[in-house]
Ligand binder design. Sequence first.
Ligand code: NAD
Length: 424
Amino acid sequence: MSYIEPAPIKDSENPFESMMSRFEMASNTLGLDEEIYNVLKTPAKQVVVSLPITMDDGSIRVFEGYRVIHSNILGPSKGGVRFDMAVNLDEVKALAAWMTWKCAVVDIPYGGAKGGVKCNPREMSPGEIERLVRAYTLSMIEIFGPDRDIPAPDMGSGPREMAWMMDEFSRAQGTTTNAVVTGKPLVLGGSLGRVEATGRGVMVSALAAMEKLQINPYQATCAVQGFGNVGSYAALLLEERGLKVTAISDISGAYYNKEGINIADAIRYRDSHDGRLEGFEQAESIPQEDLLTLEVDVLVPAAMEDVINVENAEKIKAKLIVEGANGPTSAKADAIINKNGIMVAPDILANAGGVTVSYFEWVQNRLGYKWTGERVNRRSDRIMKDAFEKVYQTSLEYKVPMRISAYIVAIDKVAKTYKWRGGF
Ligand code: NAD
């Protein structure tokens, strides 16, 4: 279609360009109406607030906060709030759209949103952070709500910040409203299974893909980049399902053992060494970049964006890449990976286990009931498997790689909903 100009593909994209280049490819393949394309490429709402905070030394500092709702036609919008110096409106807009596609791929009734506050939480006291979180929440009182827009943790925020958000929102409403945020501590209505949910979804996606590729998990090897929440649970659960995890890495370095690394030991080591693998003795230390190009069946990038790029894509030997991180593969590297016949379970599918269990947290809060961990896992595994199958079948139908078919599934759902509901 003439109205969609293919985005120039380059390696050092910002998240917005990276998301848009895939969105445009999928829209072209799908033959999306121009009107709908125009609706989906722009966020529904963008809010920028200024937050004056009294610091511990008595001075007043003004912070900038953002909330972008990309789409709320599938349901209340959902997305984390990032506390980081690099936060800016463009990035928040891209991440909000990403959430729309992610929720639509796994077919949960949410739209997409993202928030952020430009600050450096590592240089702030707990009291300063608490005042900032509460001020941000109050400034968004008209935006947030269990039926409107539901924040969650992201970079620089966690259960503690979610507890303050829930409390501030509840105070303003005059009633305890725990369904307004997810990622809360268990005692405030957090869900069992949330901590490991993203890694678990990575495992389920990997096994579903291996079945298609006819790779026997008990004869397969795997390398995992990043050993934080997503990477360590993905490694542990893949090992449990029979894979030999021969390499893991974190910011301190990469570690290789061709006989397989005992992941429970590695987690224990990390937890007793300031959260890092540095000095882990059950494996030999290898250069960071070598992990991505090892002779393994499955590669799980679970650290950060753009790590698979034009520099190394040609050297990747894995048959399957399962993206635990958001945006680990650049658009330019996509082309090389596709040419070499490597299957990719893309981020908006493979790491959607986290948002799925966040949805379960919200469902439980609204039911006023608590599910067992077993029920949470069973239901999220089902959702992840179904989503994988749908993306896989769509990739066969349109003869496109899995990344583009994931966007097709998502865009198609949002576009159809939009058509049924109608505009002004
Ligand atoms: P985390 O902070 O718990 O862990 C990140 C890990 O990556 C750490 O082990 C860190 O040392 C390592 N790392 C950082 N830079 C590295 C480098 N250059 N080389 C190797 N390792 C490096 O973060 P997380 O929650 O596990 O998130 C990881 C990725 O997954 C991010 O892209 C995040 O956006 C994405 N993600 C997370 C969730 C979730 O539920 N936590 C959900 C969806 C997507």
